[in-house]
Design a protein around this ligand. Structure first.
Ligand SMILES: O=C(O)[C@H](O)[C@@H](O)[C@H](O)[C@H](O)CO
Ligand SMILES: [Zn+2]
Length: 299
């Protein structure tokens, strides 16, 4: 029996930490602080953090084949050069929607960068509804749009056989699945595989483990939950000492550790006093299951 340990490894005070991504080559965790317009890189060996500040809310970051990163900044897919701290636009979406920005994003097994949009929030989860869409940036830098009418485009990942795409529109309180065509990047046959229970609150970021089970960070729920996408059953709940858990990924040695981001924005001062680690980076060990490496953007 493994024993689960949860520790705050970095007290970063993120306003809205998101998009944790493990970079094996540097033993580092990348993540963003969306409203602070920051991409951060935490070196797990030296414990130092480096950051790049961009000119608009940055909602996700991903590795890039051949080095460097890509990120979703405002409504742009960007190439991010860490050395000179530059973000160069590769494509822009939602040009007719001035109040929109990208939210969560992740690279598919063929190297396409998927990310969805949302209207900017006036408070956490308070926003004009149905303004978002889901897109992907192909390796040749062209963009495809999958669907619109999204409220808060959030967690995404692919099944281990690459035949299913999992997706969360937060305000649907559902984890959805689509059939996935890896060759074309097309998605079809949307269905719900899990509806969140009331105390689980709002589904946010998500990742898959090496057994094909899904881990979903529950915003306002202070937990990550493990789901079996085949049976639609929740297998496990891991509670954290912070309520606004936003996303999760596996990393560390052999991807045996889970990293969880969280937010401070929207918390009352009294609650913040009780949760001083809010906005930090949490590491969970002893889960007894590993993750898989992130796919790099192929363009
Ligand atoms: O990180 C995100 O996905 C959103 O940008 C955040 O604002 C919150 O998580 C959201 O409000 C909860 O659904
Ligand atoms: Zn999110």
């Amino acid at each position: 029996m493994s024993s689960i340990k949860i520790e705050c490894v970095l007290r970063e005070n993120c306003r809205c930490g998101e998009s944790p991504v493990w970079e094996e080559a540097s033993n580092s965790l990348l993540f963003v602080d969306i409203p602070a317009k920051k991409v951060c890189r935490w070196d797990s060996l030296s414990k130092h953090v480096q950051q790049v500040t961009v000119d608009a809310p940055v909602s996700s970051v991903a590795l890039r084949q051949g080095g460097g990163y890509v990120a979703t900044v405002g409504t742009k897919f960007c190439a991010l050069n860490w050395e000179d701290q530059s973000a160069v636009a590769l494509a822009t979406v939602d040009k007719d929607k001035k109040n929109n920005r990208f939210n969560d994003g992740k690279v598919d097994p063929a190297g396409r960068y998927f990310a969805g949009t949302m209207a900017e929030e006036t408070a956490p989860a308070v926003l004009e509804r149905h303004q978002g869409s889901l897109y992907s940036l192909f390796p040749d830098h062209h963009v495809e749009k999958y669907f619109d009418q999204v409220d808060i485009s959030n967690g995404l990942d692919w099944s281990l056989d690459h035949k299913i795409f999992y997706y969360i529109d937060s305000l649907s309180y559902s984890v959805d699945a689509f059939d996935y065509d890896l060759q074309t990047g097309k998605i079809t046959n949307r269905r719900s595989i899990y509806k969140l229970e009331k105390e689980e609150q709002i589904p946010d970021g998500m990742c898959i483990d090496a057994e094909g089970k899904l881990w979903v960070a529950c915003y306002n729920g202070g937990r990550v939950i493990r789901l079996d996408p085949e049976t639609g059953k929740r297998l496990q709940t891991v509670k954290l000492p912070v309520v606004k858990t936003t996303s999760c990924c596996f990393g560390g040695k052999d991807y045996s550790e889970m990293y969880v981001t969280c937010a401070r924005d929207g918390m009352d001062p009294e609650v913040l006093l009780q949760q001083p680690e809010a906005g930090g980076i949490f590491k969970i060990t002893g889960l007894g299951v590993k993750g898989i490496p992130p796919y790099p953007y192929a363009g």
